[in-house]
Design a protein around this ligand. Sequence first.
Ligand SMILES: *[C@@H]1O[C@H](CO)[C@@H](O)[C@H](O)[C@H]1NC(C)=O
Ligand SMILES: *[C@@H]1O[C@H](CO)[C@@H](O)[C@H](O)[C@H]1NC(C)=O
Ligand SMILES: *[C@@H]1O[C@H](CO)[C@@H](O)[C@H](O)[C@H]1NC(C)=O
Ligand SMILES: *[C@@H]1O[C@H](CO)[C@@H](O)[C@H](O)[C@H]1NC(C)=O
Ligand SMILES: *[C@@H]1O[C@H](CO)[C@@H](O)[C@H](O)[C@H]1NC(C)=O
Ligand SMILES: CC(=O)N[C@H]1CO[C@H](CO)[C@@H](O)[C@@H]1O
Length: 587
Amino acid sequence: MWRACSALLFAVTAAWSFTPVYVLEFCHGTDSADCHDNTAANSQPSSRFTPIKSRWNMSDSNLLQSLDRFRVSCGKILEAFPVDEVDGSFVRTVKNCVFSKSTPTPLRGPLRVAAVSKDIIEEILDLHVAVTQSEDFLHCASGSRLLPGSVPLAHRYGGHQFGYWAGQLGDGRAHFLGQYSNRKGETWELQLKGSGKTPYSRSGDGRAVIRSSVREFLCSEAMHFLGVPTSRAASLIVSEEPVLRDQFYNGNVKTERGAVVLRLAQSWFRIGSLEILAESGEIDLLRKLLNFVIKEHFSFISLDDTEKYLVFYSTVVNETAHLMAQWMSVGFAHGVCNTDNFSLLSITIDYGPFGFMESYNPNFVPNTSDDEGRYRIGGQPNVGLFNLEKLLVALSPVLTLEQQKQAKVILKGYVNVYQMRFHQIFKAKLDLLGEEEVTDGYLIASLLKMMEDTQSDFTMTFRQLSEVSAQQLHSMNFTQMWALDDLSYHTHFSDWLNMYLRRLSRRQNGSDLDRQHRMKHVNPRYVLRNWMAESAIRKAEMNDFSEVELLHHILSSPFVTQETAEEAGYAARPPLWAERLKVSCSS
Ligand SMILES: *[C@@H]1O[C@H](CO)[C@@H](O)[C@H](O)[C@H]1NC(C)=O
Ligand SMILES: *[C@@H]1O[C@H](CO)[C@@H](O)[C@H](O)[C@H]1NC(C)=O
Ligand SMILES: *[C@@H]1O[C@H](CO)[C@@H](O)[C@H](O)[C@H]1NC(C)=O
Ligand SMILES: *[C@@H]1O[C@H](CO)[C@@H](O)[C@H](O)[C@H]1NC(C)=O
Ligand SMILES: *[C@@H]1O[C@H](CO)[C@@H](O)[C@H](O)[C@H]1NC(C)=O
Ligand SMILES: CC(=O)N[C@H]1CO[C@H](CO)[C@@H](O)[C@@H]1O
């Protein structure tokens, strides 16, 4: 027993070297001498969104039965920022403004509500779900009629794309409609995507096609129910408007149909929102925007505090590290981690060519045109660091020299925060209670390495470890456990298993069933695999939205085994045709 154990301990050092995901790759961007510095401690996840006491009676009868009394407000934004009033959506360079007035262009009908998220309609928008069947909703959620109180705006931002400064970008096909303060006291920003040209459309047509809209609708909701901070999607409206797209950028232009997603976030400001102001020397406006974001979304920071921008930066660094760890924990690859797609609130935004990893592979790249693999899944933590560096550059004009130095120290702490969060999350995925840092690090790293070697399915390996009894693990009986069965072919698997079982038995809390129960709450059985989305899209393009609805329903409870999902094969080995799928890139 001891011999095996010391052999494994010997392997610990080696194990860390096959964790490119969370150790080795950080040395590119920052001073490598300090790259693995372990001084930062203390990991209280900050809670920025303090719940506000409910002032309403939450019963069903209080939900609004029509849009007549539903109001959004643009007052705060319009008071806080100068707005570009130039009439028309012609493409232009905008200066000294954070938004431009821009009216959505109605889609050619007939329109239809293809999908809605009841959870958002009722729990966030305080509307009865029946409202979504009204003409009014159809028009408001597609951009042909304005919601009461709405002054539609397009946001001006810039960004670093694929590593390089790209200048002015901005909402090229999205319209901010206004803020809604709900009965829970939360404020949400409503936005349409695919609603027509704006001053920031560059060469785009302002539209989004059914394919990409279905993906955004499904994935943002799926991520929310997986517990990952994200923007939300309330509805999906499809039209008959022809939209030309070269889906794989290979010269094959196809006519598709336009669609609009009504999406929500507590804020849509991005790193690029600040970058463009710093870049063009609009420092007063930069300060204004920062103060606004702090006041509205980081209310624990006092605007009188001379260190407020540093505390803000430190929070964004920590929360971005957390988000990257959460993405890894569900195998999510965003696909386009440019600074303009990174939220200042560290939520997932801008769903484009994303993908959930199937076989564990740190080099998984969802965007098939991303040849260099810049945004491969294992590179995301490092890209997060790159983006935070750019955020620091954007903040520099409002920081003193001393504060700029401190900010660099904060940035260096990012790697530690990421590793700590990653470690915590993966410990929970394996139910490693208590603290045995070295053993746990080894168990996690070597499991991932074995998964990589055997190409085991990431989601189902963790899920099946949650569903299998300790008894079955002991006897390596993996009947009907296809992912564990794949994994069990690894030469080191039984050593790993012994170590894991010993680790579990040292820190028992309740029965083995309790362990399974805890693990099933953090290891989903269903994620939006590309083939699942693709199958739903094929039907949606023929006006059959049943599979979109089914997926939306199932992915709202990703931790619960569901009969319809099992029948559809959503937890089974992916079908053969899935291997040949390419992600639809243009959107
Ligand atoms: C960010 O995390 C570090 C390390 O855990 C901690 O020292 C720091 O206080 C955190 N920053 C904020 C603003 O919570
Ligand atoms: C909320 O309203 C319902 C019906 O309108 C009523 O039965 C219930 O007692 C109310 N609850 C509270 C906490 O006021
Ligand atoms: C995919 O990657 C390519 C190459 O880097 C890039 O040009 C393209 O914009 C990416 N696709 C999307 C949808 O971002
Ligand atoms: C393996 O486990 C299954 C339950 O999943 C059980 O029905 C079966 O009898 C076990 N086989 C052996 C050989 O223990
Ligand atoms: C064991 O479980 C109980 C209840 O589920 C919990 O309160 C307690 O903190 C757990 N103990 C440990 C060591 O995790
Ligand atoms: C899905 C999405 O909105 N992606 C955006 C990310 O950022 C690039 C520019 O850097 C935009 O072109 C994409 O539309």
